[in-house]
Design a binder for this molecule. Sequence first.
Ligand SMILES: [Zn+2]
Length: 285
Amino acid sequence: MFFRGLIVSAIFAASLFAQVHPDWTQPFPTHRVIANVYYVGSKGLASYLITTPQGHILINSNLETSVPQIRESVEKLGFHFNDIKVLLISHAHFDHCAGSALIKQLTGAKYMVMDADVPEIEDGGRTNFRYSNSPDMFYKPTKVDRVLHDGDEVRLGDTILTARITPGHTKGCTTWTLRVVDHGKAYNIVIVGSPNVNPDYKLVNNAQYPQIAQDYERTFRTLKLLPCDIFLGAHGDYYGMEEKFAKLDKSGANPFINIEGYKNYIAEREQAFRSELQRQQTQAQ
Ligand SMILES: [Zn+2]
């Protein structure tokens, strides 16, 4: 009875995600953000295609079931899915990386992951500091082809992406930056990995992740220093993707250029982290 209960609760939890986040699997129109950067994700899970004449970079494979949807978006833009040469992620949580094994298998892309997220990616999320007892959040263990360190560059064709470690949400959570030129003007793009403290994250006395609070502090220091004209992230709701998409092509200005929006978001998220930290510190006393 006990084991049967466990299995039933795992299945229930998996379907619960679909109920709680119907937008994760809901299709969304693929669109060009700016220059060679395109959105190919679903309504709730962001995935970015960065195209070059030497092949493409994909950031986030999302759920395993997202892969056909990402493929369709890439092809709708007129690009070939098989030309994806490099696969990157925002962080080692199943909603951003569960499709990676399948994408590697289909395209032969090289999977490049931040050092501190590599053990989890290669064991399918089983050693995650918070979700090691949540089988519904496991994914297919996937071999990493290149281990990245903070500040490493990923180059393909004329595109250079920089990996910035922004830990806390996961130990190797990664914010990606790149510079693009559009109509003769240069822009800094920041794709935020995640600054969020999930429900039940222990920020104080966390035996599985003792330095978690310091890591979040480091993340906010890093994010505040990054120059940002175009603000993107692992989920569209970080940067108001739907509202900005609705404004696309309606006026001359590109709605994704949003310097103030980035600053406000980071400030608001830092405040949320600080009040949660304070609440947990008070409780621990
Ligand atoms: Zn996450």
